[in-house]
Design a protein around this ligand. Sequence first.
Ligand SMILES: Cc1cc2nc3c(=O)[nH]c(=O)nc-3n(C[C@H](O)[C@H](O)[C@H](O)COP(=O)(O)OP(=O)(O)OC[C@H]3O[C@@H](n4cnc5c(N)ncnc54)[C@H](O)[C@@H]3O)c2cc1C
Length: 390
Amino acid sequence: MIDFALTPQQEELKERTASFIRDVVIPYEADTRKSAHGPSDALRDDLVNEAKKVNLLSPHIGTEYGGLGLDHRTKAIVFEEAGYSPLGPIALNIAAPDEGNGHLIEQVANEDQKEQFLRRMASGEARSIFTMTEPDGGAGSDPSMMKTIAQEDGDHYVINGRKWLITSADGARIAIVMARTLDANGVDVGASMFLTEVDVPGFAMVEVLDAMDSNAVGGHSVIDFENLRVHRTQVLGEIGRGFRYAQVRLGPARLTHCMRWLGAARRCHDIAVDYARQRQAFGKTLGEHEGIGFQLADNLAEMHACRLMIWQCAWVLDQGDQARTESSVAKLYCSEALGRVVDRSLQTLGGTGITSRTVVRQTYEDIRAFRIYDGPSEVHRWSIARQLLK
Ligand SMILES: Cc1cc2nc3c(=O)[nH]c(=O)nc-3n(C[C@H](O)[C@H](O)[C@H](O)COP(=O)(O)OP(=O)(O)OC[C@H]3O[C@@H](n4cnc5c(N)ncnc54)[C@H](O)[C@@H]3O)c2cc1C
């Protein structure tokens, strides 16, 4: 049976994370070390150092590699608190795609690879990227359309192709590269994943895209692989199992997006509630007008539903199940419901909402993409319906 009571350890972590975000991270929101794409690496480094001081860094990675080794339910608590500031996930080293990459490497990589890559990720020393999506008719909603090729060549694979929308690539040190794989005879043996350093010949950053969100260090980029040579020791897991590993990454990664965005939506809601309490219109406070009060009530109801859904899905993951359907349902519902919460909060603020006086404007711009990445809403509906009808 699912238990909703928090343990004393979970209560303590929740309070420690909340006060860290409130007292240390939120003041950094005024820091100007940001570009149009997101916070700079210098700002990230300072935030990571602050999280280290209070022992909150890398809660998602196992203790043997330098993280806190939290289970999925405890992550739900900590990640929601971290999401209360757009800088919180960056400080705790749990922003996408690093967080999902850490989980995948921990599950699939061998010990040498974990020592080489995961330890540096857990300490915050190196940021990582995940390269699946492609422009020009390649992998997108349907990853099986992947065009990037890894050709076996003796002890190496030679990778050629173009990726795009790759989050946090500018300044990253480690990459998980996904490519369709051809064996020495040119036979397609399926998609595979490879671990590589970014600063190597054949790995080219082409462009940082001009995008509507601004919460990722390094933004979203186009990357070219031009005869990128990776040794067979750099294969993540086994050749030909890339799509299976993508699922290992995606289930928990979808859910952690829900956790972080729940915190972000709650922040917007709190700002809207404060405003509705003090702003007067037509002889009473905004909140006393049903048109606003009902919107705030809907916010609370939808956030509550998201929190329950996240907890249930985290519980399933903690039982060792991949929670594929549960995480798909949670991602679909939370991305849309939390988008509505942020939208209503912005509306409650009137003109203030579209200015940068509060964090609501940035959250509104940032959360929109949540309905697209890690599976657009339509793809989740389509796959849930297929499960239902089979
Ligand atoms: C902010 C952001 C960050 C991202 N970061 C990364 C990253 O770090 N690494 C990475 O590899 N990728 C990343 N992506 C890419 C993301 O995973 C893709 O955008 C997503 O998979 C959709 O692919 P696409 O953009 O090619 O859309 P398309 O495949 O062109 O789909 C367009 C639209 O078609 C509709 N559609 C598709 N299939 C169906 C269907 N079966 N039924 C009904 N409608 C359908 C959906 O509405 C969808 O939005 C990121 C994307 C965004 C927006």
